[in-house]
Ligand binder design. Sequence first.
Ligand SMILES: [Zn+2]
Length: 189
Amino acid sequence: MKCDTYREQMSLWIDSQLTQDEIRRIEAHTATCQACRSALDALHRVDRLLVSAPMMSPAPGFSARFQVKLVARRRRRRTWAGVATLMLATLALLMGAIIVVGISGLALWQSLSASGLLTQGIGLLLDLGKALAASLRLTWLVIDALSRGLRHPLFIAYTVLTALLVVAWTQIVTRRVFARRPVTVNSHG
Ligand SMILES: [Zn+2]
């Protein structure tokens, strides 16, 4: 091995990262190589200096400030997780509402087609009596569809969920608006 390789291994030795065999090889080399022996001595001196130097202590109040920051960051992360969950729930509800309205619209369209109101069209408009009867029937169809929808357990669940979401959003908005007090840190802590 060249001297350069031994020098590299010497710093590994200082960091206690060498095997006994590797250490023995360095010792054998430094016994015959004056340059490497003085390099090893210098390394040992520096290591002793570093070990005896006092540990740097953090500035007063550092850990308290760090704690406050940590807690604030965790709280922020929790808030955002809650907001994201609420957003997903709101989106899911909106999608559900769109699907339900679409299906109801389709059902209404189908019952209109089946009743023959669409094909009679202009003829009904010309016959006022018939048109009145038809519009009454149409109104009844709409009211029936609506009342059937309102009695549906899905609609009730939807209403409850919407109310809960509104309450949750109100909580978030009021908390974000009113909780903007600056955080005070005890500098003696
Ligand atoms: Zn050497």
